[in-house]
Design a protein around this ligand. Structure first.
Ligand code: GLU
Length: 431
C-alpha cells in the first residue's frame, strides 16, 4: 500500500472542490501549495551534557485573510508533508468560521514524553530563535497542538519577547492563565466539536438525552468533548487512549457513560498518568472494560468523535462503523481519508468535517489575541458564549449550503472557505 501522505490528501480535497467552484487556474495554483515554509535545525543541550539536533518546521499556507495561525506539533513521526497539510487545513478552518486569520502550522520531530522539562524548554526557546523573523502578532501566530501545552507556549512567548525587547503576548496563543491566556481556551476545541454536534441533533429533531458517543483519543480535545457531551445529557460509552507504557492504544468502554472527571487532565479524580495513559487497574475498579485500540470505531453509538490523529478512518476499516451511527464529528485534523469519505457519503452518515468541527480552538485563540491587544480579559461565560455563537453560525451556514446544493458536508465547508480565501486573494490583486 502507498504510504499515506496527508498533504496529497489536502490537495486532492482542494482540487475536487476547486473544480466544482470553477476556480481559475491562477487561484488554484496559488492555493494548492504553501506561500512560504521554513525548515531548520534546533541544537539542544540535553541534561546529560550532550547535544541533540532536532528538525523543526513552520509552514505558512495562506495569509490573504490575515496573519497566519496554527499550532505547533511535537511528535516523533512529524513530517513536513503533515505540517503542510495541517497549514492548508488551518487556512480553510479560519475561513469557514470567518475569523480574519490565515493558515499556518509548525512542528518539531521529537518526543516530549522522553524529554525532561528543562530539555523541552530549551527546545521551545530554540524553535523561536529560528522562526523569529517570520512569526509575530501581525505575521504568524503559533498555538498548541499535538503534545504541546500552555507551558510550551509561555516559554516561546518569553523567548520572543526577550529578543523583541517588548511585551508581545499576541505572538502566540493557548497560553496559560495568568500570563496572557484566555479563560475557556483549554475547553474550546472539545466544546466547539460538541456545539456543532448539538446543532446537528437539532437539525435531525433528535434528542441528546441518553444519546451515545464513542471517542477516539483521550487528549485535550477528547477530554472536553466528553465533558460537554455528558453535560448536555449524552453518554460517552467508549474512549480510546494511548498507553505510553505499552506504546499502543486501548479502548475503554462503560455502558453507563465515562465520567469526564476521571480523564480531564487537571481533575483531582483523574485516573491517567502524566502522559495521559489511563491506569488499567483503576479503570477496571470503575467497571470500565479494556478492549483493542480500534474497538471505539465499531461501537453501536449515535455519534463518533475521532479526536486523535490523521489517517484513522480508512478504506480498510470504514466498514467497521456500526449501522447505528448517525453523526461523525472530527475533533482531529484529517482523520478520514478521501476513500473512506466516499463510503461515509454513500452510507448517508452525517459528517461534520474536521476543519469545521474542531475550529473552536483557533476561534478561541483569536479571542485570546483580541483580549491581548486590548489588555482586557473577558469572563469565561463571555468567551464560551461568543465561541458557541461563532461555531453554531458556521455550522448553520455549512449545513444550509449542503442542503441547498445537495452536496456532502465536507464539500459545502470547503466551498464556503475556498470562496472566502479566493475572494481575499482577488481583492488584493494577487490573482
Ligand atoms: N492546533 C489547533 C488547531 O489545529 C489550534 C490552532 C490555533 O489555536 O491557532 O486548530
Amino acid at each position: 500500500m502507498e504510504k499515506f501522505n496527508p498533504f496529497k490528501m489536502a490537495q486532492q480535497q482542494f482540487d475536487a472542490v476547486a473544480e466544482k467552484l470553477g476556480l481559475d487556474g491562477g487561484t488554484r495554483a496559488l492555493l494548492r501549495v504553501p506561500e512560504r515554509e521554513m525548515h531548520f535545525t534546533i541544537p539542544v543541550r540535553m541534561d546529560d551534557g550532550t547535544v541533540k539536533v532536532f528538525q523543526g518546521f513552520r509552514v505558512q499556507h495562506n495569509t490573504s485573510r490575515g496573519p497566519g495561525k496554527g499550532g505547533i506539533r511535537f511528535h516523533p513521526e512529524e513530517t513536513v508533508d503533515t505540517v503542510r497539510a495541517l497549514a492548508t487545513w488551518m487556512t480553510w478552518k479560519c475561513a469557514v468560521v470567518d475569523i480574519p486569520l490565515g493558515g499556518s502550522k509548525g512542528g518539531a520531530i521529537c518526543d516530549p514524553r522522553e524529554m525532561s522539562m528543562l530539555e523541552q524548554e530549551r527546545l521551545c526557546r530554540g524553535w523561536i530563535r529560528k522562526v523569529y523573523d517570520i512569526i509575530g502578532p501581525e505575521m504568524d501566530v503559533p498555538a498548541p497542538d499535538v503534545m504541546t501545552t500552555g507551558q510550551h507556549m509561555l516559554w516561546m512567548m518569553d523567548e520572543y519577547e526577550t529578543i523583541a525587547r517588548a511585551k508581545k503576548p499576541g505572538v502566540i496563543t493557548g497560553k496559560m492563565l495568568g500570563a496572557g491566556g484566555s479563560l475557556g481556551r483549554t475547553e474550546a476545541t472539545g466544546y466547539g466539536v460538541i456545539y456543532t454536534v448539538r446543532e446537528a441533533f437539532k437539525d435531525f429533531g433528535m434528542q441528546i438525552q441518553n444519546a451515545t458517543a464513542s471517542i477516539q483519543g483521550a487528549g485535550n480535545v477528547a477530554q472536553y468533548a466528553c465533558e460537554l457531551f455528558t453535560e448536555i445529557g449524552g453518554k460517552v460509552v467508549a474512549m480510546s487512549c494511548w498507553d505510553n507504557n505499552e506504546k499502543k492504544p486501548y479502548t475503554y468502554s462503560c455502558d453507563d457513560g465515562i465520567d469526564p472527571k476521571y480523564i480531564i487532565s487537571n481533575s483531582p479524580d483523574r485516573i491517567t498518568d502524566k502522559f495521559g495513559t489511563i491506569d488499567p487497574q483503576k479503570a477496571a475498579d470503575l467497571g470500565w472494560k479494556k478492549e483493542d485500540g480500534d474497538a471505539w470505531l465499531s461501537k453501536d453509538v449515535t455519534v463518533l468523535l475521532p479526536s486523535a490523529k490523521e489517517n484513522e478512518i480508512r478504506i480498510d476499516n470504514v466498514n467497521d462503523i456500526a449501522s447505528t451511527v448517525k453523526i461523525i464529528a472530527s475533533g482531529a485534523n484529517g482523520p478520514i481519508t478521501p476513500e473512506a469519505d466516499e463510503v461515509i457519503k454513500k452510507r448517508n452518515i452525517f459528517l461534520i468535517p474536521d476543519f469545521l468541527a474542531n475550529a473552536g480552538g483557533v476561534t478561541c485563540s483569536y479571542f485570546e489575541q483580541v483580549q491581548n491587544n486590548m489588555n482586557y480579559y473577558w469572563p469565561k461565560e463571555e468567551v464560551l458564549q461568543k465561541l458557541d455563537q461563532k461555531m453554531s453560525s458556521a455550522y448553520r451556514a455549512v449545513a444550509d449550503l449542503s442542503k441547498e446544493k445537495g452536496v456532502y458536508m465536507r464539500d459545502a465547508a470547503y466551498m464556503i472557505a475556498i470562496e472566502r480565501v479566493a475572494l481575499a486573494c482577488k481583492l488584493r490583486g494577487l490573482v
